[in-house]
Ligand binder design. Structure first.
Ligand SMILES: [Zn+2]
Length: 373
């Protein structure tokens, strides 16, 4: 399609008349150019005349002239047999003269040039669409991926994460068997009241909730839930709370994160659109593997404020349903605020900021659920 910038074409065909093109003319072997006009008369002879004096400079049958192709807005050059040349930026003028000889065909670069305004609009649309995909499609993809996730994925993710924590930071719990038993019983009763826990009671292969006691070491006072329902409670948190009702309030909060599938959502949000598309498409090879590898990132992800609010409300409702104190999670938050202040620690507090608003709202909601308002 596009030709070399200065490839030439010998015109051979019918005659064009009555057109004048402004440009510059150079005598053979002379560098300096003078303003000139090119015209074609009724007999088909192309003549170049001095723009000021009208003096005839070169003339030749137009059909025999060698004319450079149109390339973007580069000036066109016309070579005469006598060695002189005529150069013009009036590409359209030359095209008008050439049209009867060439038909509608023109260079690719020229096409792009003409296309530019539409091209800019097109590129802008593509960019806007990409931004749109990230702002609006990712949340949708996350929801689809959560629905499309087979139970084995969170199970594998949780199992490998717990194994790696056991190999690095955790020590076996130092809590007495009686203390563990009483907390585990309370936890089981809470779990059995949730849709997920209830399903596990009737369908043996359905993922259930499990409570794991560990000495947290560097993780300190902490409790967290993995996406398959594995809940981990550190001795340090049990000691800090010094009240098993508060601990159960915290566990009910963690169960809330699992019921609402917060960690899976958070993980998928961090994985990005391409990994999600592969996962949804069933490409276990790369998409799911990427996400599984990022399972360890679960610990460093913190939930959004709205996810925390949801888990707090879940704790209030679940504790009330179980006939326990719905204010327990609120009181626990007050406790960590008073005991830990705003120490910069990587513990339950750093991922669960006990802001005054959060405490007030949780206690208010507990009163509402308990029918005190
Ligand atoms: Zn939480």
């Amino acid at each position: 399609m596009a030709s070399e910038p200065h490839s030439s074409r010998i015109i051979d065909g019918p005659i064009v008349e009555g057109q004048i093109v402004e440009g510059l003319w150079r005598a053979p072997g002379v560098a300096r150019a003078k303003p000139a006009r090119l015209s074609v008369d009724t007999t088909g002879i192309a003549s170049v005349g001095d723009a000021q004096t009208g003096e005839a400079l070169s003339s030749e049958a137009f059909a025999k002239l060698s004319i450079s192709d149109r390339v973007g807005s580069i000036p066109r050059r016309i070579d005469f047999a006598d060695g002189s040349s005529f150069e013009t930026r009036d590409n359209d003028g030359i095209d008008r003269l050439l049209r009867p000889y060439r038909g509608p065909r023109s260079g690719l670069v020229h096409e792009l040039e003409r296309f530019r305004p539409r091209l800019i609009v097109f590129v802008a649309l593509v960019l806007a669409l990409s931004v749109g995909i990230y702002r609006f499609a990712v949340p949708v993809l996350v929801e689809v991926a959560v629905l499309a996730t087979p139970p084995i994925v969170p199970q594998l993710m949780s199992r490998s994460l717990l194994a790696s924590l056991d190999g690095t930071v955790f020590e076996p719990s130092g809590l007495s068997q009686e203390r563990q038993k009483s907390l585990a019983d309370g936890f089981e009763k809470l779990a059995a009241l949730t849709p997920r826990g209830l399903a596990a009671l009737t369908a043996p292969d359905h993922p259930a909730y499990t409570l794991n006691f560990r000495k947290g070491g560097p993780i300190g006072p902490n409790a967290f839930a993995l996406p398959d329902g594995t809940v981990i409670l550190t001795d340090e948190l049990v000691d800090l709370a010094n009240n098993d009702e508060f601990v159960l309030g915290v566990l009910a909060h963690e169960i809330g994160h699992v019921e609402h599938q917060h960690s899976l959502r958070q993980l998928y949000r961090a994985a990005g659109a391409s990994a999600l598309i592969m996962l949804i498409g069933g490409d276990i090879g790369s998409g799911a593997e990427d996400i599984l590898v990022q399972g360890s990132a679960l610990l460093s992800l913190s939930y959004s404020r709205s996810a925390e609010t949801e888990a707090d409300r879940h704790s209030v409702e679940l504790m009330h349903k179980a006939g326990r104190d719905p204010r327990a999670i609120g009181h626990f938050l007050e406790l960590i605020r008073d005991k830990l202040g705003d120490k910069e620690e990587r513990d339950f507090l750093s991922t669960h900021p006990a802001t005054p608003e959060r405490i007030a709202e949780t206690l208010r909601y507990a009163d509402e659920v308990a029918g005190k308002q």
